[in-house]
Design a protein around this ligand. Structure first.
Ligand code: GLN
Length: 430
């Protein structure tokens, strides 16, 4: 190996010519900034106050052997997870509370995060399920008319790790080249780099059921009223509400708000709710929600979907779409680095129209694995992957992305109207 070294802007030294890779080379890393590591209060053991801008008190250790000194602005601790990057400019509160991020660290590619703080309206669930937030720069000021607290206070209160002041652009390029990487985020100085590296290499998100941890434990009615200021397209309510059962695999509140705006009366049920009981409730339609982790690791949920197919109109969103794909006989696969952001162009194959959509998934349905009769209705224009399905013979529709999200435009909201139409047609024909 080359003995010369190359100092990076991150303040550590890599032997030249060495590109750390997954499960491969053992990389010797010398961190120039190690001597300036301080406690999170910014003071050293000798009692001399440290300059806060030089106090790296956290590390992100990736399974490829790269180590990224950073500053902590949330809870202390050590967590292992899969690192993904999200290209949204903002919407960080929706991201933090999206249960589909369980088991993942989210790195925001937008270089500055936190300027609007957090508020009471933008929560997508009651909890933050993701493992940690990774950003380049934390906004030094917080200003928004809805703001109730700063992002840093929010993370600390929710015991969520957050780090900043690392080269998020370099890490994103690495993820794009190598694919998703597992990593460990730690503020514990007592743990060695090797220990953290070992942790990151001994864990895998593939094959784990993550939906049972985030799903509700018992059925409930969705009764929250949407603030009229945030409501739109409500003029299609036509008298009697449609009764919808929403399977909660990690459901986002805005899915429930949008269904409710379109005139649905919704009962949310846990991921393990038996199909027979759902059918006994005689719903007009069933929604299979988004959710975290590997869709092929939850065969029990696929079985439930199978039992409901053809008996009632169904609509799958993200994880729900992937479960439907499997229930119809197809297969899912893990993508290189997935789609996470608010700027994904999707073509509706039926209309030729392009929607700018919000997406968050690391897996996709392989269209070649689907049986005849199943139509690919939507395609992600960045990579041609399957973004929506329909199987008219069984009143099935699904989207791989998030029609409830508003990444600026509301291009995909019409999908909820289509579900209403599906239920209406099925009712008329029965
Ligand atoms: N948002 C979701 O439902 C994500 C689905 C699945 N966990 C994936 O990563 O592909």
């Amino acid at each position: 190996m080359a003995a010369t070294t190359m100092t990076t802007t991150l303040g550590f030294v890599l032997p030249t010519g060495l590109s750390p890779r997954r499960g491969g080379l053992r990389v010797s890393i010398v961190r120039c900034s190690a001597s300036s590591l301080t406690t999170s209060t910014g003071s050293t053991a000798s009692g001399i106050a440290e300059k806060p801008w030089s106090s790296y008190d956290a590390r992100l250790v990736l399974e490829d052997g790269s180590i990224w000194p950073a500053k902590s602005f949330g809870a202390p601790g050590t967590r292992v997870a899969e690192l993904v990057f999200n290209t949204s400019l903002t919407g960080y509160q929706e991201i933090l509370t999206d249960p589909s991020y369980a088991g993942q660290f989210v790195l925001m590619t937008n270089p500055q995060i936190g300027n609007t703080g957090v508020n009471l309206d933008d929560e997508e669930s009651k909890q933050c399920f993701l493992a940690g937030l990774v950003i380049r720069s934390l906004s030094i000021s917080t200003s928004n008319w809805r703001c109730t607290k700063t992002l840093a206070d929010y993370l600390t209160e929710r015991n969520l790790m957050g780090i900043y002041d690392l080269d998020t652009r370099a890490i994103t390029r690495r993820l794009r080249e190598e694919g998703s990487l597992n990593g460990v985020l730690s503020t514990e100085q007592s743990k060695t780099d090797e220990e953290l590296l070992h942790m990151s290499r001994s864990w895998d998100i593939v094959g784990i059921d993550l939906i049972s941890d985030v799903s509700c434990k018992s059925p409930y009615e969705w009764v929250d009223k949407t603030d009229p200021e945030w409501d739109f397209n409500t003029n299609t309510r036509d008298g009697k509400p449609y009764r919808v059962i929403a399977y909660d695999f990690g459901i986002k509140h805005n899915i429930l708000r949008r269904l409710s705006s379109y005139g649905c009366q919704i009962t949310v049920v846990p991921s393990t709710f038996p199909a027979s009981e759902a059918l006994r409730m005689n719903p007009d339609g069933i929604l299979f929600s988004n959710g975290p982790g590997d869709p092929s690791a939850v065969p029990y949920a696929v079985e439930t979907v199978k039992e409901l197919l053809g008996k009632v109109p169904v609509y799958g969103i993200c994880m729900g779409h992937q479960l439907l794909g499997q229930a119809l006989g197809g297969k899912t696969y893990k993508m290189k680095f997935g789609h996470h952001g608010g700027n994904h162009p999707v073509r509706n194959n039926r209309t030729g129209q392009v929607e700018i959509s919000a997406q968050n998934h690391n897996y996709a349905v392989d269209p070649a694995s689907l049986p005849g009769g199943v139509e690919v209705t939507h395609v992600n224009l960045n990579d041609g992957s399957c973004a929506g399905l329909s199987f008219p013979a069984m009143n099935v529709m699904s989207l791989q992305y998030h029609p409830e999200a508003s990444p600026g435009p509301h291009d995909s909201d019409n999908a909820f109207r289509e579900f209403i139409e599906l239920m209406k047609r099925s009712k008329q024909s029965s």
